[in-house]
Design a protein around this ligand. Structure first.
Ligand code: KG4
Ligand code: ZN
Length: 343
């Protein structure tokens, strides 16, 4: 089975071709960073127009790189949500049109589910597993029991973790997008110089919160006698990153304990997904915490953690294998939660 995947939910225009033996035949991602940088964030209308300008050529190249024609496809999958409505509509409509014209089944993919299933594409891991989804819009711990079978164990009470990175970067005068910039700056920083809070630490359950940490960082900057020099900025970035990593590890630890209790006899696996999973300090903290709980940490390569279309194609393959096909009336869904609350 060969499926074309399209992703246009935010500021990445992406097209990829993936085969059901887990081979990625092509995987193209066009970042719109340059378009949005002057605004310091993603502008929805700018994103939609850029998708419209880039996507047709990108689809052509994705098929060309894979060495196939649309007639060779077994299906077309496109992100239907969650995301920016105008941006989503571009990829969704293109996917439907292509599937209709080629006479192929169409799959409307949940972007979060695609992140959740990526470790099955990259590592071939089996259900069930515990997922930590950390991106610009999401911060969730989810029990993944199967395709479309997800149970929410914890979510953020305020900011998503990627959002917290982006805001921290802005506060420190670092480049957009913030996550990679903070990680880069933190490399030459001392994480012990500023004592920042570990939100939710030790509290029961697996919810997250980052608003207090962001405020603490702002106070730390304001308390400096002068605007931070480069070393101080690096120390602030490192201290912030360490607090986030500790907090994520603490919450994941709670969820792992629950997962172990409800899945006795199954070797626990903690899967990382979402753009923030590209962060090496966070990976290391979670690997340590997983080890404490006798669990294995599985983290896809960074390029497949951030937004891409290979994960959309793969989610399409998983759904098609179960006979799950969508109609051409499948709506774009700006809000589309992955899972309901766990009982
Ligand atoms: O999953 P993603 O590509 O897009 C969605 O939000 O769906 O995640 C983007 C987020 C941004 O907030 C970005 O700052 C963050 O992931 N990010 C990182 C790193 N790379 C990307 N955060 C921390 N460290 C990184 N290396
Ligand atoms: Zn994403």
């Amino acid at each position: 089975m060969i499926v074309l995947g399209l992703e246009t939910s935010c500021d990445e225009t992406a097209a990829a071709v993936v085969r059901d033996d887990r081979r990625i035949l092509s995987n193209l991602v066009l970042s719109q960073l340059d378009e949005h940088r002057p605004f310091g964030g993603v502008v929805p209308e700018v994103a939609a127009r850029a998708h419209l300008a880039y996507l047709p050529k990108l689809i052509e190249r994705a098929l060309g790189d894979a060495g196939i024609a649309a007639s060779d496809l077994d299906g077309v999958a496109a992100t239907a949500g969650p995301g920016l409505i105008g941006a989503l509509l571009v990829g969704l409509t293109a996917g439907k049109a292509l599937a209709y014209a080629a006479g192929k089944p169409f799959v409307a993919v949940n972007h979060l589910e695609a992140h959740a299933l990526t470790a099955r594409l990259t590592e071939g891991i089996a259900f069930p597993y515990l997922l930590l989804l950390v991106s610009g819009g999401h911060c969730q711990l989810v029990e993944v029991e199967g395709v479309g079978k997800n149970k929410l164990l914890g979510t953020t009470l305020d900011d998503a973790v990627g959002e917290a990175f982006d805001k921290a970067a802005r506060l420190l005068g670092l480049a957009y997008p913030g996550g990679p910039a903070v990680e880069q700056a933190a490399r030459s920083g001392d994480a012990r110089r500023f004592a920042l809070p570990r939100p939710m630490h030790g509290r029961s359950g697996a919810d997250f919160s980052f608003a207090g940490l962001k405020t603490a960082l702002r106070h730390a900057v304001a308390a400096l006698p002068a605007p931070p020099d480069e070393q101080t900025r690096a120390d602030l970035a490192a201290s912030f990153q360490a607090a986030v990593a500790d907090s994520l590890a603490d919450r994941a630890g709670h969820a792992l304990a629950r997962f172990a209790a409800t899945h006795q006899g199954i070797a626990p696996v903690l899967v990382l997904a979402g753009g923030v999973a590209a962060n090496m300090t966070i990976r290391a903290a979670l690997a340590l915490r997983a080890e404490v709980h006798g669990a294995k940490l599985v983290a896809p390569p960074p390029a497949l953690c951030t937004d891409n279309a290979a994960m959309i194609a793969w989610a399409g393959i998983e759904r098609l294998q179960l006979g799950l096909v969508d109609g051409f009336d499948a709506p774009a869904r700006p809000r589309w939660p992955l899972a309901g609350a766990a009982g």
